[in-house]
Design a protein around this ligand. Structure first.
Ligand code: CP
Length: 303
């Protein structure tokens, strides 16, 4: 039995297999519509979500399975003080696989250590979000046709952005990726993630100036400044609009730039960009369902 807590638990061969499977599901959805008949996915979400929870649920329904769970801690016995370990043991009695989101880093790992069914980390605090990373990798592969030889710009909250941390870790294993890290000083990439880049001798630059690096980017991965991660509202208000992507900002960008964002967005990409053919963030949303279908099949060992 296998869980997925950190994207690095999957090697590049397994990631390629998942991407290939997702592409096959996209091309042949009917072939997969009964694969999980009789199986149940439990979505245990202790923190708000739209895309991750709904895409996991849609994924299981499209595989012919069923879904149970909760979408906020207050409607579970966590509100009465139940531990993550006991919640995981209990859910193992009712379901075949768990997708868990939690505001505390490490909570899905604790669940995996106590469950007797696979556990998927659906986002833990500012730490990791491996299924968003699989979504991002599928999107990059589909949009650019490759996962190597890319200059990737990450912009916004690189300190607390778990999707950024997971994607940097994942991309660090592919050839000739240049990382361009754009953030305010206060929201720079944490040193423990930067260590991955240094350890692997990967090329990276850090800057506060998005416009100066725009012309070289193949991918621009925008992120939200996350109010929920700040201890101080004043700091959030000062930093929240550090980068707003408006159409004129793309004047110097490549014609085939892929603009990505894990969403939700607040203000950092203006809605006029949505109709630009370079905007990929709603394609990412859809890709998230297909890659989660592929992952559920893998962890349930369904052929
Ligand atoms: N990308 C993402 O994790 O979105 P949600 O918070 O809506 O699940």
């Amino acid at each position: 039995m296998r869980s997925l807590i950190d994207i690095l638990e999957l090697d590049v061969t397994e990631i390629k297999e998942l991407i290939d499977k997702a592409n096959d599901i996209i091309a042949n959805p009917v072939k997969y519509s009964e694969k999980c008949r009789g199986k149940k996915l439990a979505t245990l979400f202790f923190e708000p979500s739209t895309r991750t929870r709904l895409s996991f649920e849609a994924a299981m329904y499209e595989l012919g399975g069923n879904v149970l769970g909760f979408s906020e801690a207050q409607s579970s016995s966590a509100a009465k003080g139940e531990s993550i370990a006991d919640t995981a043991k209990t859910t193992s009695c009712y379901a075949d696989i768990i997708a868990m989101r939690h505001p505390k880093e490490g909570a899905p790992l604790v669940a995996a250590m106590n469950a007797s069914i696979p556990v998927i980390n659906a986002g833990d605090g500012g730490h990791n979000h491996p299924t968003q990373t699989l979504t991002d990798l599928l999107t990059i592969q589909r949009e650019k046709g490759r996962l190597n030889n890319l200059t990737v710009g990450f912009c916004g909250d690189l300190k607390f952005g778990r999707t950024v941390h997971s994607l940097i870790n994942a991309l660090s294993r592919y050839e000739n990726i240049k990382f361009v890290l754009v953030s305010p000083e206060e929201l720079k990439l944490p040193s423990y993630v930067k260590e991955t880049l240094k350890k692997n001798n990967l090329e990276y630059v850090q800057t506060t100036d998005l416009d100066s690096v725009m012309p070289e980017l193949d991918i621009l991965y925008m992120t939200r400044v996350q109010r929920e991660r700040f201890f101080n509202e004043e700091d959030y208000l000062r930093l929240k609009d550090s980068y707003i992507l408006r159409p004129e900002r793309l004047n110097t960008a490549k014609a085939d730039l892929a603009i990505m964002h894990p969403l939700p967005r607040v203000n950092e990409i203006s809605v006029e960009i949505d109709s630009d053919p370079r905007a990929c963030y709603f394609k990412q949303v859809l890709n998230g369902k297909y890659i989660r279908m592929a992952l559920i099949l893998k962890l349930l060992e369904v052929e």
